[in-house]
Design a protein around this ligand. Sequence first.
Ligand SMILES: [Zn+2]
Length: 172
Amino acid sequence: MPLPLGHTAIGLATLEVSDSHAAGWRRFKTLAFVTVFSNLPDIDVLFGLMLTGNGDTFHRGPTHSLVFAALAALLASGASKLWSHIPRISFVSAFSIVFSHVVADFLFTAAPVSFLWPLETHWSNGVVGWSDVISSVIFQGFQDAGLVAVCAAFILLLRLVRARMAGIGEHP
Ligand SMILES: [Zn+2]
């Protein structure tokens, strides 16, 4: 199951595809932005923990949908135009990063997501407390090592191909 580390790696790979100029951002800002937005759908775990003490109460519902990804992307791209401290990002790139989370959950876990919310809504049926969430984020991150390696290899390969294509373009 992708944890924050895995979702961030997938988000970085997604950004590499959707916006090849993203490398021009200051690296820390890029990493911070992708970390927040590639994990944003799991904010439902925090809501569940704070309101009911169970992180699964609202998990995999509205925040794991196309509508949520579109709203979050509108917010991110709008904020990036208004506030110079946020890296400039297009709606498409922001949407891709948030939605990469939903797709990864769908592909790599057995529990369903709510792609078409409000037309369909699925909830996680488990019971997870603060200690479960904290320990899985801190101690199970290594489970995402394979995912991180694949994403890193993908980004490197894409950069190599782009550099090669640019080289060919310069010397016809
Ligand atoms: Zn999720």
